[in-house]
Design a protein around this ligand. Structure first.
Ligand SMILES: Cc1cc2nc3c(=O)[nH]c(=O)nc-3n(C[C@H](O)[C@H](O)[C@H](O)COP(=O)(O)OP(=O)(O)OC[C@H]3O[C@@H](n4cnc5c(N)ncnc54)[C@H](O)[C@@H]3O)c2cc1C
Length: 331
């Protein structure tokens, strides 16, 4: 297993909006920061579950698309170039004798003086396409995440699913792909009404009620998708360049529950300093609970600077808890 021997001041566990803002704030407070995210992309629920939805309750933005907010947070965080590790779920945390934390992910060992857990509703895993050999094409032309729409330009794309993400991606790819086919096991889509209305007026080919039943592949790619009528015998063969599977995500706190943290209703209990019951481990955002807690992006943005400033004071008791205003820090 790889090992990064550098001991960071703050390691942020989870790259959702709270984690990204905490990473920026850590930089602002002169801390060395590492962000570890289990998914291959940053942005948490916003990028994974509703990238194309407008958010109306982030202070200062009358409305902003979720993915655009994520892009802004990434740009803001990049001011301080924190280390970002993607595709690594942290499974174990241990406090060493000298007080340093050792974090173990599926891929690497990390060290840190403090930890801020911003793991939201836990590590996401896509519900995978359960067809024989499908796993061989993950990362080739079978996709569960879309990080760059442009790679689908001019392609024949099939999308599986009937929720918001499937419908959003179908609408977004329709203008740039050669053809988009959306396959859902029910006639009715679970997506937002206005998106479904837009879908009906688009050039997206809709095949319902059908499910994926087989794939025809060469060494490198899935070439054809076979779909079968639900409760029927009819099948259709679709020639494809890319297959996007949007069967949703499952999330779980998983091993976080075994780190000795006080957990209540699947959330980590924190005090007004965002401290957990383990000195040196803080938490912020959707993962936390306390009396009166509200789970919103805006509250995560408030909790992040509190967690960072208290982590900073934990590392260096002489450090100011109250930060300088950002307006005073730059020329
Ligand atoms: C459909 C929908 C619409 C919403 N609309 C709004 C809205 O309009 N306004 C609003 O304020 N809120 C809205 N929310 C809620 C909002 O998305 C959450 O409050 C917000 O995402 C919380 O941010 P977070 O960073 O705390 O957690 P998350 O966004 O959940 O991010 C946590 C990240 O941590 C990662 N992670 C978890 N465990 C580990 C681990 N062990 N190792 C490494 N990484 C890990 C996860 O993969 C994830 O990327 C909506 C939510 C949904 C589902």
């Amino acid at each position: 297993m790889k090992e990064d021997q550098k001991v960071y001041d703050i390691t942020i566990l989870g790259g959702g909006p709270t984690g990204l803002f905490a990473a920026f704030y850590g930089g602002l407070r002169n801390a060395s920061v590492k962000v570890i995210e289990s998914l291959p992309q940053l942005g948490g629920q916003l990028a994974t579950l509703y990238p194309e939805k407008y958010i109306y309750d982030v202070a200062g933005f009358p409305k902003i698309k979720a993915q655009e907010l994520v892009n802004n947070l990434k740009e803001q965080m990049a001011m301080f170039s924190p280390t970002v590790c993607l595709g690594q779920a942290v499974t174990g945390v241990e406090k060493l004798e000298d007080g340093t934390f050792k974090l173990v992910s599926n891929d690497e060992i990390h060290y840190s003086k403090t930890i801020i857990i911003t793991a939201g509703i836990g590590a996401f895993q896509p519900r995978r396409l359960e067809l024989e050999n499908a796993d061989k094409y993950e990362g080739k032309n079978l996709h569960y995440f879309i990080d760059d729409m442009n790679k689908f330009a001019g392609q024949r794309v099939a999308i599986l699913g009937g929720g918001d993400s499937a419908v959003d991606w179908a609408l977004m790819l329709e203008p740039i792909a050669e053809k988009v086919t959306l396959i859902h096991r029910r006639d009715k889509f679970r997506a937002h009404e206005s998106s479904v209305e837009q879908l009906k007026n688009s050039k997206v080919e809709i095949i319902t009620p059908y499910i994926a039943s087989d794939i025809v592949c060469n060494e490198e790619a899935i070439e054809q998708l076979i779909v079968q009528e639900v409760r029927g015998e009819n099948t259709k063969t679709i020639n494809i360049d890319s297959l996007i599977c949007n069967y949703g995500f499952v999330s779980s706190l998983g091993p976080i529950k075994d780190w000795g943290l006080e957990i209540e209703k699947n959330s980590i209990v924190v005090n007004s300093k965002q401290e957990t019951n383990i000195p040196g481990i803080y938490a912020a955002g959707d993962i936390t609970t306390f009396e009166g807690k509200i789970k919103l992006i805006a509250t995560g943005f408030g909790e992040a600077p509190t967690a960072v400033s208290n982590a900073k004071a934990y590392i260096d008791p002489k450090a100011r808890l109250q930060p300088m205003h950002s307006t005073s820090l730059f020329e």
